[in-house]
Design a protein around this ligand. Sequence first.
Ligand code: 4GX
Length: 257
Amino acid sequence: MGEAAVDGTMKVCVLTLFPELFGPFWDHGIIRRAIQGDKLNPLTINIRDHAEGRHRVTDDRPYGGGCGMVMKPEPLSAALSAAKQRLPMAKTLLLSPQGKRFDQQMAQSLAAADELILVCGRYEGVDERFIDGHVDAEISIGDFVLTGGELGAMVVIDAVARLIPGVLGNEDSAENDTFSDGLVEHAHYTRPPVYDNQRVPDVLLSGNHQEIDRWRREAALIRTMLKRPDLLDQREFSPQEREILKKWRRDIDSLLG
Ligand code: 4GX
């Protein structure tokens, strides 16, 4: 039993009616580099190639009436069988607004797999019997409605791929990511030192790496309080963070007199 973290390559198979949408995604930036470096091994399967008949129909009208169309189960299960021949150990995930909300923690656990199959639905959805019989988990990228699961699949693959060991260099490591420790990141600055009359914080130009590290931790904490207080609701503070918060309390108390 291998996993991406061990043998360093993750096979991802996407089942979609629009495989062309993925071309530019595979062909740019870090995703392209991951594929070239054999860390990510993608495959798209056109569900329509697995539909029967001269017209290769993949959708049909909903039983019980109503507007919109439903994806037929047979082309989906035939496409899935083809995927499983190549990725026999993969879990089958369906992009759906009814799924469990995707987050960094889910990305971390998916990054430990060595094979994933992502099914992209279109129209009003897919026949429930396909979901019951073949889908291991439903994933939602957020509480909004897309026109298809393809952008959701790209979001999931993008977030997971950068966590595969060796995909990011030390340069852009995932270690300091927003969310990796439950806080948003500190602000970032590059040259020039003054832009639009705004100076880069002096400490970042000081070369004192202990001071810089301390500033970054403090900045991450205050930015999280200001921008994403919800992230702090269930989070415990480290001893160092408690010290920072106590220092602010003293500063505020002395301001109030
Ligand atoms: N996060 N959509 C899927 C069709 C559909 C509906 C039900 C399967 C079951 C979405 C999201 C999303 C719209 C993709 C409906 N397929 N996907 N599509 N939010 O809104 O992932």
